[in-house]
Design a protein around this ligand. Sequence first.
Ligand code: COS
Length: 386
Amino acid sequence: MALDPETLDQLLVTLRKFVVEKLVPLEAQVAEDDLVPPAIVEQMKELGLFGLSIPEEYGGLGLNMEEESLAVIELSRTSPAFRSVFGTNVGIGSQGIVIDGTEAQKQKYLPRLATGELVSSFALTEPGAGSDAGSLRTSARLEGDEYVLNGTKRFITNAKFADVFTVMARTDPDTPGARGVSSFLVDRKTPGLSIGKSERKMGQQGAHISDVIFDDCRVPADAIIGGAPGQGFKTAMKVLDKGRIHLGAMCVGVSERILDDSLKYAIGREQFGKPIAEFELVQAMLADSKAEVYAARTMVMDAARRRDAGEDISTEAACCKMFGSEMAGRVADRAVQIFGGAGYLADHGIERFYRDVRVFRIYEGTTQIQQLVIARNMIRQARASM
Ligand code: COS
């Protein structure tokens, strides 16, 4: 449901204030400690951040995609590790239930995901299946009225904190591709489920990824999202379509922040007797970043509005993820150049952002997967109209 303009403005102002006053001052500490302080997580819960995209009837704020994108842009004007705390509840962790879940599944999980009482996580990737998501090997064998899960999931964001996992597993061993896959809701405490160590990463300290291991992990048959087996790959694709707009918005927010910092630095830093902002070669970098951030923001808002209008946005969402993440990489790279030596110093904000944004081009579908999705959709549509 769309908020009235005044309420939306108030929400965005509140979020910006929270980011500027509470999160930005903690960026270095979070990177150093590899942890978002629990007191901040509590404040995020109070602000309703875990339930941004969960419908109001289940206790969330019920933002539509346009509103969610605007909120995510605000919340991303700081270290991406902060967004990661609630990002899986807002995005890929909860949306399988929202989009395809049964009423009983919605009632069971959504209210507690909305408050942040439960953290959710999305477990699709495996050691042998990432881009080729349909080739996953985690198995779910039906035994009586239970499924027995076996396999390993890899690079799973928030697994360390998660209470419930959306797990894609193969229920039909005789159907090798996407059609043999089902999505399950698996509670963390289920015997046979264990979490690997937190991986050391290039950036985004404070956000955590780990393996999730299933060893004869038994779940009731009604843990399948939507109730019917064989639909899990499609659920995952629908979740990722929405997630790609969300990530596009995140790329816009963090890039706007990096560009703001670059501009302030260029105005304050003097060389040859004047601010470096007055040199045209520096201006070119600022202007290129400005135009690209603007293009990404416009693209995200357009895709979000189209989704809200009920259009199929698979192509547009992939464009948002591809262009936004590549754009963020270029903006961060120019920022290091504008900051010069200071930009290269370890633990300096700009150097950290440069490392943080690198994964945007990889997770939730690499740039190359987005290219593939876009081109395949183009060809399919063209053929259909021939
Ligand atoms: N929405 C709904 N259904 C979709 C869909 C979408 N966006 N995309 C595909 N499907 C459906 C197809 O219509 C097809 O259905 P039918 O079997 O009824 O025809 C089914 O899903 C299989 O689709 P497809 O044949 O296109 O699957 P592929 O195995 O060729 O895989 C890609 C397609 C590569 C696009 C997919 O595997 C993918 O997106 N991979 C990247 C996954 C990813 O982002 N991984 C990162 C980690 S997860 S955080």
